[in-house]
Every structure is written in C-alpha cells, then in structure tokens.
Design a protein around this ligand. Structure first.
Ligand code: ADP
Length: 281
C-alpha cells in the first residue's frame, strides 16, 4: 500500500510560435487541458504499476477538480482523503510551449496551499511518497506519521530544513535539483539518494557511495513531462515489493523511459505489463 501526499493541478497548455516576452501578447493555438500536479502524477503512476494507492490532497469545488482527478478516478486511486475546499480554486499550471519544446510555466497553487496537517490520518500505513508542491509542514508531519518507507521527490527545488531531510528514507532528485541542494548535503541527511540523469538513466547513492546504476532502454522520446514522476513512483513500488536496490532502480528507469513515448504526463504513464516486458538498457 502506498500513500501519496501532494499536489493536484490542471495543466492548461497552449502551443505558440514563440514564447512571449514581458508585455507581449502572442497568438497561440492547440489549447489542451491535462491533469497534472506532482502528487496526482505520482499517485497515478504508482497505481498503473499495480500498487494500492491513496492520495492525500486538496482541490477546489470546481469543474477543474473533476477534470484534474478524472484519470485517478478511472484507474482506481483512493480519493477518500482528497478534500474539496470552498476557500480556493483547484491548482492550475499555465503552460506555453514553442515549437522546439521550450516552455514557460506559471503555477497558481490554489487549493494545494490549503492542504493541512488536519488532512493527514494519525498513522500512515504502508509507504509514503511526497514532493514539494504542497506546504512543508504537511510533508514533515506525514513523514513523522509514517513508520514505513518514505520516498520524497525534492521538486520543485525550494528551501528545505535539514530536520525534514533527515526523516526521508529515499530522496529523489534530477540533476538540476541535485545541483541546487548539493549532493553532499543530501548524503549527510542519512537516507539514500536517487539521482536521475534523463536519457542516461539514474544512480542510487548511500553515504555518498554509488550502490547501483541503471541505464534506460533507448526510446524515441516525444515528451519527457512526468518522466521524473513515473521514476519516483516506480522506484517506490519496486522497493515496497522488496526488490533489491539495483533491480528497483532498473525497473524505475524502464518505467521512466516508457513515459516519454507520448505527449502529456498522465496519459503516457505505463502499465505494469508494459514495464515488465520492456528490456533494460
Ligand atoms: P525529470 O523529469 O524529473 O527532469 P529525468 O529527466 O532525469 O527527470 O528523467 C527521469 C527518468 O526518466 C530517467 O532516470 C530515465 O529513466 C527516464 N527518462 C527521461 N528521459 C528519457 C529519455 N529521453 N530516454 C529514456 N529514458 C528517459
């Protein structure tokens, strides 16, 4: 059983010829809405990989919430701890994408900022997955209430106290986040660090020593949005199932690679059978 505490967003995506500069209006096209938010993404990814998943989150009482939660519902993520508040709208991410794939993103946290310690159960059964798009005190309390395995994706990179880092069993970062926090600092926190390297795969470090390395299979990546979320979910699922670290890392890399094959985040999250069938890199 895996409990994810985190954000739910609706991504509003517009494609445009070039990204606007300050004060500029550009005409875009191809407006699309995609369910997103790191919490929701990681919950769905873990569910598709076969885990029993519940999501602790906060959304608004609006249409955006229904759209943002649609795929989670369809795949059977337990949403009984997902609260709808009158106080704020569902979180949205406004995303402009230009032809080369470069983007500009503004996130309005909305209801995600209303997630509170009161939304947590007294005890979190099973494993916990967290990220940094919801208030830090909630993550801190969730870690305290979870005797099982905890895996936290330190994204987006924000200031995090050492006391919180010290409660995490597995810290997951990409290269940018790893550089911002400093790998030395992450190692000193005492847990394992999973560092993802995009198409080059990932390494798992313990006490600053590399204990495993995995390379994803070669794929024709179309859109890597959500690859990191898939990786984090898959790593946790494998570790919870008792896989040894090297095997878990390899599983996570194969899942991450498969998530890049189609556009969007949640729609491209792979299912267990697809990952099991995918050869290692
Ligand atoms: P993030 O999305 O957080 O920036 P990464 O880009 O490092 O994270 O990707 C996470 C994981 O997804 C990688 O460790 C790898 O397994 C997989 N992945 C990402 N991009 C590719 C790619 N182009 N080809 C194959 N696998 C990829």
């Amino acid at each position: 059983k895996i409990c994810v505490a985190g954000s739910v967003n609706l991504d509003l995506v517009v494609r445009c010829g070039h990204l606007p500069v300050a004060g500029e209006t550009v005409l875009g096209n191809g407006f699309a809405k995609y369910p997103g938010g790191k919490g929701a993404n990681q919950a769905l990814a873990a569910r598709r990989l076969g885990a029993d998943v519940s999501l602790i989150a906060c959304v608004g009482k609006d249409e955006e919430a229904d759209q943002a939660l649609a795929l989670l519902k369809a795949d059977g993520v337990d949403l009984s701890m997902c609260r709808a508040t009158e106080d704020a709208p569902t979180g949205v991410a406004l995303i402009a994408v230009e032809p080369g794939g470069d983007n500009q993103i503004v996130v309005a946290s909305g209801a995600n900022a209303c997630l509170s310690v009161d939304d947590l159960p007294d005890r979190i059964e099973g494993a916990l997955i967290g990220q940094l798009e919801t208030p830090l005190p909630v993550l801190d309390a969730a870690l305290e209430r979870c005797p099982g395995l905890s895996c936290v994706n330190l994204a987006p990179a924000i200031d995090v106290p050492d006391s919180l880092l010290g409660r995490i069993d597995v810290i997951a970062v990409n290269e940018t986040e790893g550089a911002i926090y400093g790998l030395d600092r992450l190692h000193r926190s005492g847990g394992m660090t999973a560092l993802t390297l995009g198409a080059r795969g990932a390494v798992l470090l313990s006490d600053g020593q590399e204990i495993a390395r995995a390379v994803p299979p070669h794929v024709e990546a179309v859109d890597a949005t959500g690859a990191g979320d898939t990786f984090v979910a898959a790593l946790t699922v494998a570790l919870v199932e008792g896989a040894e670290p090297g095997k878990a890392l390899d599983f996570a890399c194969r899942a991450g690679a498969l998530s890049t094959l189609t556009r969007g985040a949640q729609t491209s999250f792979p299912r267990r059978t697809d990952v099991d069938r995918m050869p290692s890199g």
